[in-house]
Design a protein around this ligand. Structure first.
Ligand SMILES: N[C@@H](CCC(=O)N[C@@H](CS)C(=O)NCC(=O)O)C(=O)O
Length: 223
């Protein structure tokens, strides 16, 4: 039986969604974030040394990293679904977006979260102006322009085709959903980029997405 080690409000929601799209049976082992630090409990380190979610267990395979898990599930259990055929232009795009999600899109979004917390978080009054000044400058000179450029790029790509790999929904869309959701939650994505907003709406309307939400429980974008 496939087991998803699932942290509340996290990237593992994508794995549940893929399993629902593929109609596979699976169990969920649940972990709760520490409400103060938002970190995963140490029990997750017993499953994988890094203690991050998601982790997938399938027979003698234990795998972390959402992109690797998605590739594994589609390859091992997909029977050709949710992945364009080898040798097509769509397959090249599929691979690109599958990697872009965690390799390029998520890092500046996580940096924004961290610097927002520094700006708003409690600290001794004498370091506050310095810490806030540094955080604000890094955000305005690097983090926010990077996010904006990436969102413009994604918006332009979705003007050319409805899904990231082309005309068909693929597992790359599942992987890309998290940065798009994160950008809508805290990265400045709004109605000024209508294709991305419409894309989010189409994702949320999918039956399998809704079933995964029901099984996964609460889902808000934190990291
Ligand atoms: N690139 C990894 C990121 C894994 C990751 O950072 N997961 C977060 C949840 S969204 C986590 O486990 N956070 C809790 C912690 O760091 O303790 C992936 O895509 O799986």
């Amino acid at each position: 039986m496939i087991v998803v080690h699932h942290l509340n409000n996290s990237r593992s929601q994508r794995v549940l969604w893929l399993l629902e799209e593929l109609g596979l049976a699976y169990d969920i082992k649940r972990y709760q974030r520490d409400p103060r630090t938002m970190l995963a409990p140490s029990a997750l380190r017993e499953v994988h040394p890094l203690g991050k979610s998601p982790v997938l267990a399938d027979g003698d395979v234990t795998l972390a990293e959402s992109g690797a898990i998605i590739e594994y599930l589609v390859e091992r259990h997909g029977s050709g679904r949710l992945r364009p055929p080898v040798g097509t232009a769509e397959r090249v795009r599929y691979t690109y977006w599958l990697h872009f999600a965690e390799g390029s899109a998520m890092p500046p979004l996580v940096m924004k979260l961290v610097f927002d917390r520094i700006e708003k978080g409690p600290m001794p009054f004498f370091v506050r102006p310095i810490a806030r000044g540094i955080a604000g400058r890094i955000k305005s000179s690097f983090v926010e322009p990077t996010i904006a450029r990436q969102l413009d790029y994604m918006e332009a790509e979705l003007r050319a085709s409805p899904w990231f790999a082309g005309s068909e929904f693929t597992a790359a869309d599942i992987q890309m959903s998290f940065p798009v959701e994160a950008a809508a939650a805290r990265g400045g994505l709004d109605a000024r980029r209508p294709k991305l907003m419409e894309y989010l709406g189409r994702i949320h309307a999918r039956e399998a997405y809704r079933r995964a939400l029901e099984r996964g429980g609460e889902f808000a974008i934190l990291t």
